[in-house]
Design a protein around this ligand. Structure first.
Ligand SMILES: NC(=O)CCC(=O)C(=O)O
Length: 258
């Protein structure tokens, strides 16, 4: 499966500009033959958290309509990063996954809120898992700070996930953590990790870019620089079986001890 991370800069608090940009980049991914495209975290608003009362998308309806229409138009699955989703009981940081027929396959809201960027003051946490299926393959979605919680990843992998998506807005200041944690999540779970970060800056942070597509042996298949970039790579599901046979980590687990 050929897939692409759309590592875009995000206009701070300007959904209209961000929707227009996303449409252009989704078209580029489709033109380059990608079957699946991934957007970054909070790609419609950026971290303009103090204005979420006006910016958050009610029920994420606008995002769902847009992603569904784009997926159908390009016949391409979309892991729709995440958007500020006004649930009526608070705003969640919600990922929307649509298949190439435009059906909403799953919604996952960020489970772990990141205090260093004030998320706990403006957002409420999710309470469902990130598992979904596309083309008969079980996959899972996580959002940014979630990568610091290996037990959350493991839970999904034990439930069958083999491709792990991570939309993010990860600052450049912790680029080494970003790379190390993502590679570790791929190695320990013998799974593909597809991580789409944003580029550019907002009033508080410069973002790292460096979106990554990592194989189940921990090998970096593709890595972006810091600027905007369409990062494409291929994933081969047979490689997962081969690596899991070579080092049978899942057979060797001792869950009675942990
Ligand atoms: N948007 C985020 O969740 C950022 C997480 C982060 O920067 C970290 O160091 O963790």
């Amino acid at each position: 499966m050929k897939l692409a991370c759309l590592q875009i800069d995000i206009a701070f608090g300007d959904p209209q500009a961000n929707y227009e940009k996303a449409a252009v980049w989704l078209a580029k991914a489709s033109e380059s033959g990608c079957e699946l495209a991934v957007l970054p975290e909070l790609w419609t608003t950026g971290y303009d958290l103090t204005r979420l009362d006006v910016l958050a998308d009610k029920g994420a309806e606008r995002a769902k309509d847009f992603l569904s229409e784009q997926a159908k138009k390009h016949r391409m699955h979309i892991v729709g990063g995440s958007v500020a989703n006004d649930t009526g009981d608070g705003v969640k940081n919600t990922m929307i996954i649509v298949d190439k027929d435009g059906h909403i396959v799953h919604e996952y809201s960020k489970l772990h809120l990141f205090r260093l960027m004030n998320e706990e003051k403006y957002l409420i946490d999710g309470d469902t898992d990130g598992l979904f299926e596309l083309d008969g393959e079980i996959m899972a979605g996580f959002i940014c700070y979630d990568i610091r919680f290996p037990e959350w990843f493991r839970k999904h992998v034990l439930n069958g996930a083999r491709v792990l998506f991570v939309p993010a807005e990860w600052p450049l200041a912790r680029l080494d953590h970003w790379r190390t944690l993502l590679i570790a999540r791929a190695i320990e779970n013998q799974s593909y990790v597809v991580a789409c970060n944003r580029s550019g800056a907002d009033p508080d942070n410069v973002f790292a870019g460096h979106s990554l597509i990592i194989g189940p042996w921990g090998e970096v298949i593709a890595e972006a620089g810091e600027a905007e970039e369409l990062l494409a790579g291929d994933i081969d599901f047979d490689a997962i079986d081969e690596i899991r046979q070579r080092i049978p980590v899942f057979e060797d687990r001792r869950p009675t001890f942990y």
